[in-house]
Design a protein around this ligand. Structure first.
Ligand code: FES
Length: 291
């Protein structure tokens, strides 16, 4: 088993689910506008990895400054900054976590417990420093750094090995051929609702979600950027002033004009293909960044 293989073993343990489900339901009960802010839907990028830069950066820097006696007051300032920044970082992580699959949620619960413990150690460090107990303050801070490092390793495994936060649509689009794909006659497409067409992708077929609005056709990768939900089974709705393709799994809404998310939990845009008409037939191909 690889060094991190035990995390995947743990992610298969369903016994933890009943313990974490109440927390998940509580987070899911937050107002949708607040959740979209926390997801990073407005940014077009997950917000959590952006926010965690502050506590990670300040706490690592504080660890270095604590090693130099005359720089320890600056270390205290950095620790305080990291403690304050950890709160919104945790909130954004919780919002994303609540809409992930079972394995990610199980690892995410451990990630959250360790980060909470690290936060407690750093708060304890600040209290100790304020009372003039510098040695204890440094011991608590270095302990917090170690625990936070373990939590970060788990977070990295969730992102890279379990694809939480990554765009699942970007993965799918890379499987498509870079040639123009014939999606059939325009007249065969229903008006105003998504339909599945299949794109050529080397040895595999790639589902596409196609929406016709009059003479206009918008073609998207069929796998939702959030967790690969089937967008061809979704609906077209106006969301926050934009006509959107709405995913049937968790309700993410993507602007038909450009694929930008208008409602989460998706934070990444949906991959949209170039489209043109040729003798009454719809042709599509992947954007040049993927060719
Ligand atoms: S898979 Fe979650 S919103 Fe589409």
């Amino acid at each position: 088993m690889s060094l991190m293989g035990f995390l995947d073993r743990y992610a298969d343990v369903s016994a933890i689910d009943t313990a974490i489900e109440p927390a998940r339901r509580a987070v899911q009960g937050l107002p949708s506008g607040l959740k979209d802010v926390l997801h990073g839907t407005w940014l077009g990028h997950p917000l959590h990895p952006v926010l965690v830069q502050v506590p990670v950066g300040t706490w690592v820097s504080a660890g270095l400054l604590d090693a130099v006696p005359r720089l320890r007051p600056a270390a205290t300032l950095l620790i305080g900054t990291g403690v304050a920044a950890a709160v919104p970082a945790a909130m954004s992580g919780a919002a994303d976590w609540s809409e992930q699959g079972a394995g990610v949620r199980r690892l995410g619960a451990v990630h959250a417990v360790l980060n909470t413990a690290a936060l407690g150690l750093y708060v304890g460090s600040l209290v100790a420093r304020s009372k003039g107990r510098g040695t204890l303050g440094r011991v608590l801070a270095y302990s917090g750094l170690g625990v936070a490092g373990g939590a970060a390793a788990i977070g990295g495994h969730m992102s890279y090995a379990q694809s939480s936060g990554a765009s699942h649509a970007a993965t799918a689009v890379r499987a498509l051929s870079s040639d123009w794909i014939d999606l059939g006659p325009l007249d065969d497409l229903p008006e105003g609702r998504p339909t599945m067409r299949t794109g050529k992708g080397g040895s595999m077929a790639v589902p596409l979600a196609v929406v016709r609005r009059g003479a206009r056709v918008d073609v998207f990768v069929g796998a939702c950027s959030h967790l690969s939900g089937p967008l061809d089974e979704g609906v077209v709705e106006t969301v926050r002033g934009s006509e959107c393709l709405v995913c049937p799994w968790h309700g993410s809404a993507f602007d038909l004009d450009n694929g930008e998310p208008r409602r989460g939990p998706a934070a990444n845009p949906q991959e949209k293909l170039e489209a043109r008409m040729e003798a009454g037939r719809v042709m599509a191909r992947v954007p040049s960044r993927h060719r």
